[in-house]
Structures are given as C-alpha cells and as structure tokens.
Design a protein around this ligand. Structure first.
Ligand code: FAD
Length: 351
C-alpha cells in the first residue's frame, strides 16, 4: 500500500512527486513517452508576456515558488538544471520602445522590466532599435530534469516506465488497485494524453502543437535569449534552439516541413549569419480555453485527481499548481475557483 500512484512524469508529474517526496508520502510513478511537451520545451521561465508587455497570470507567486523549488531538486539530484539567462526583447520600432517604458512604469511590471535600452553589439543580429531586458528570467534544462528525476525514482523502485492501462484499474471507495499496487490516491498528470483517460476526458483540454529547431551557428556567439518573431535560445557549443510555432489543428508529435520553413522565414528576418538546421522537435502543449490549469478531484470517484493544463508556461506554473493540489488532498485546502476543474463539472455531470 502506498499513499499515491502518479501517472505521467513530465513537469506536472515531477512537481507533484517532489511535493510528495518532501512531505514523506509514499508513492509510485508510472510514465511512458507518448507525450513530449516537457522534453522538447524551450524551458524558459519569464514572467512577462512579450507580445503585449503584460504580466503573465500569477507570475509573481509562481516564480517565487518555482525557482527555489527547482534549485532544491538540483541539490537533491546533484544536477545543474537552472540557467540564469537574460531574455532580451528585440524592438521593431521606436513605438515599441515607448510601449516598453510605459509598461515598465507600472508597479506590477517594474520589478521585471529594465528601463535601460540595451544596444545591439552582435553583428550577426539585426536590431537597430535595441532590446528591452526582462529581469529574473532563465532556462530550465527540462530534458535533464525529466531523465534525472526518473533515474532518482528508479533507484528507489518508485518508477515504472510503461503506459497506464485503464482496463487494469480497480477503484474502491477509499483506495485504488493497479497491477498489484494499492494506493490511497491516484493522480493523473498526463499532459495531452488526458484525452485517452475515460475519467477525465470530459475536460476541455485543447492542446496546441509547438515545434522548435536546433541550429548550429558558429558565428552567432550570443549568450542571451533573444525574443523577436521567434526566440533564439543559446544552448552552448554554438547550438541554439529556435521556436516556437503554435498550431491548433494538428495533434501529432511529428515535426513538419511547414513549421520548419515558418521558423526559418521568421529567423532570417533578423539573423544575419550562416547556420545549419540540425534538429527539429515537436510536442503538444496542454492548453485550455480559459488559460488556467486543470486541478482537482473527479466528481464521482473522490480518490482520482488530475493535474494538467499547464499550457505554454509549465516551468513556472507546475510547482505552484502541484502544491495547491497537494494542499487540497492532504490538508483540505480549497482550490482557487479559477484552477479547480469544478468549473467544468456541472456541464458534464448533470444529474
Ligand atoms: C515546442 C514547445 C516549447 C515550449 N516551451 C516552453 C517554455 O519555454 N517554457 C515553459 O514554461 N513551457 C514551455 N512549453 C510548455 C510546457 O512544455 C508544458 O506546459 C509542460 O511540459 C506540460 O507538462 P505536463 O507534465 O503537463 O505534460 P507532458 O510533458 O506531456 O507530460 C505528460 C507525461 O505523461 C505521460 N503519459 C501520458 N499518457 C500516459 C499514459 N497513459 N501512461 C503513462 N504515461 C502517460 C507522457 O508520455 C508524458 O511523459 C513548451 C511546449 C512546447 C511543445
């Protein structure tokens, strides 16, 4: 008998397992590789929406929770995961510079937007209007987090690499049983895989496909993340990730030629050195129409829970959403109405 069975070991599942681990709860995690969102993610954490110069939802609280959370995982796993990298927003015009300064004057944004224009000194990039620097940003090495966390759980026999089979699940009033594992609670953190889950597939998880390229550009020599029509994310060794696309119809994890060309076209408008595309990856972001996570318990089976809908910002949202679910299950803390799946339950469970 364990306290929890957790299905899915992406950013959501890891965040939840980590809260369990810290609180001394026993658990078993199961995950496959059917979804790739957390593995392919750019891994950026950045509290500002750089299209409109507005603060992302709950960004202050999420950042305050997330950074120490990942730093504690780094110490536990003895791995470097968090890279403090400035994000520079390339200005396209004087008007954009002015909008930036207006935004930087607002008390909520002031801690995150530098008021000095950074002049471009990189001959490989065209940026005549310079950059605005976002403060307190960085990149989480998500592939490394996923592999090292799975390894950490494997070492203590708490991880099974397999697809969860719903036919094998037995639900009792106060526990669940799955292939000989008896657990008090079952938490699904399966990203876009939620659609195969007969208990929670009524939730409106839209999914937004995203693709990223990896390029080798020996002459670029850029150490900052550059945000223009696409992001340039430095990875070391002259490698950079370029992304990302947003597609709402295609729900596969397969890279496409169309997205590759779209990213190259956008990149070529401001990158002026030679480069070679050496890789392309795709994944489905677990996005929800109202842009809020999906957290809570099943309306009928009270020992089944969901942690999903991290959308385009899983790095920042994951630790806070997981903490709220943990508090809800263990300490009867009410969930905020805006993340509670109860907001969708009435419509689907008319009785
Ligand atoms: C191209 C791209 C770029 C992105 N860039 C960023 C970024 O820079 N910053 C940021 O914060 N976010 C970014 N995101 C978003 C971020 O990746 C997501 O918010 C986050 O990864 C979602 O995590 P998750 O754990 O909910 O889902 P997932 O990462 O999909 O993890 C779910 C896990 O559950 C497993 N699973 C599913 N079904 C089953 C089953 N039946 N049995 C067993 N296991 C199962 C899956 O295989 C997977 O391992 C990006 C996403 C994409 C696609």
């Amino acid at each position: 008998m364990v306290d929890y069975l957790v299905v899915g070991l992406g950013l959501a599942g890891i965040s939840f397992c980590e809260h369990l681990d810290r609180n001394g709860k026993s658990f078993m995690a199961i995950s496959d590789n059917s979804q790739t969102s957390s593995v392919v993610a750019g891994g950026l954490y950045n509290p500002v929406i750089l299209k409109r110069f507005t603060l992302a939802w709950d960004a202050h609280e999420q950042l305050t929770e997330a950074i120490p959370f990942y730093n504690a995982i780094e110490r536990k796993l003895n791995a470097t995961l968090d890279y403090k990298v400035p994000v520079l927003r390339r200005f396209a015009s004087i008007e954009e510079q002015n909008l930036w300064f207006e935004a930087a004057d607002k008390p909520s944004l002031a801690p995150f937007l530098s008021t000095k224009i950074r002049v471009n000194t990189n001959a490989s990039i065209e940026a005549p209007f310079g950059y605005g620097e976002v403060l307190h940003t960085g990149r989480l090495d998500t592939p490394k987090l996923l592999s090292s966390y799975a390894h950490y759980l494997k070492e203590s026999n708490r991880f099974l690499q397999e697809s969860f089979s719903f036919n094998t699940l037995e639900i009792q009033d106060d526990s669940i049983t799955y292939k000989g594992i008896k657990a008090k609670y079952l938490v699904f953190a399966t990203g876009f895989g939620l659609h195969h889950n007969p208990y929670f597939n009524y939730l409106p998880l839209n999914g937004t496909k995203g693709e990223l390229l990896t390029i080798k550009a020996p002459k670029l020599k850029e150490e900052n993340v550059i945000k223009s029509s696409v992001f340039i994310i430095p990875m070391g060794d002259d490698l950079y990730r370029i992304g990302a696309t947003y597609k709402w119809k295609d729900k596969t994890n397969t890279p496409t030629e169309e997205s590759k060309l779209e990213l190259i076209d956008k990149l070529n408008t401001f990158l002026k050195c030679d480069y070679e595309v050496i890789d392309q990856e795709a994944g489905i972001r677990p996005t929800v129409g109202d842009r809020r996570p999906l957290v809570g318990s099943h309306p009928i089976h009270k020992n089944l829970f969901v942690l999903n809908g991290l959308g385009t910002r899983g790095v920042m949202i994951g630790p806070t959403a997981a903490k709220k679910l943990y508090g809800y299950i263990e300490n009867n803390m009410p969930l905020d109405a805006e993340i509670d799946i109860a907001r969708f339950t009435k419509k689907h469970f008319k009785r």
